[in-house]
Design a protein around this ligand. Structure first.
Ligand code: FMN
Length: 190
């Protein structure tokens, strides 16, 4: 048994974005994280995902697009919120968008392709923690906004599964309440 690996999986926690500080992973480490992201179950080897990394100034630059999208969806924009939207991707050193790029393949419904992208996100979250960083996987309004999707260069058929915000944890998160195994698992026939 690999007890260290088991304990790692058992104890890992997300860290809220506001507690993700500098430094974030560098390009080599981002590459390592993505290597793990790609080792996911993928029915018929379709690779129904792609990823966009926002780091450094790109986060600030994309803030302009988020701000535009905010203005497009809000009939009464609020100046404080506008500032928040400009800085949305600046909240952590690295932000990685995970995108489902649906493939047409008999026997591989879109739902499975979304699941595979979700598995890639979870692998990223674990790989980030294994490298000594922390992350939070969020969607917020930005994952579902057409203006944002267009600004990111997504095709009409693509969907955002989430944004993985990554940085160095500035707090140790408390454990979260989890369901009891017996409350959600049953053994067929008992
Ligand atoms: C698809 C998906 C979307 C999520 N979106 C958000 C979000 O928009 N805002 C948020 O606070 N948490 C969101 N979460 C929850 C956090 O990622 C995370 O589950 C929570 O902070 C506790 O994580 P842990 O169980 O890894 O410690 C989302 C989770 C998933 C799976």
């Amino acid at each position: 048994m690999n007890k260290a690996a088991y304990d790692f999986l058992l104890e890992r926690r997300s860290v809220l974005i506001q507690h993700l500080s500098k430094p974030g992973p560098g390009r080599d480490e981002i590459g390592q994280i993505m290597q793990v992201a790609l080792r996911v179950p993928d029915h018929k080897v379709q690779g129904p995902w792609r990823f966009i990394v926002f780091e450094g100034k790109a986060r600030e630059d994309f803030g302009t697009e988020i701000h535009k999208a905010y203005l497009a969806r809000e009939s009464k924009p609020n100046e404080d919120q506008e500032e928040i939207e400009r800085g949305r991707f600046m909240r952590a050193p690295v932000v990685i968008a995970a995108i489902t790029s649906f493939k047409e393949k008999p026997g591989v419904p879109q739902s499975e392709q979304v699941l595979s992208t979700g598995a890639a996100c979870m692998n990223m979250v674990n790989a980030v923690a294994a490298l000594g960083y922390a992350s939070q996987w969020v969607t917020e309004w930005t994952a579902y906004d057409d203006t944002i999707k267009k600004a990111m260069g997504l095709g009409g058929e693509e969907e955002i599964a989430g944004f993985i915000y990554i940085g160095t944890p500035s707090v140790t998160p408390k454990q979260r309440r989890r369901p009891e195994v017996r409350d959600v698992v049953s053994y067929w026939g008992e």
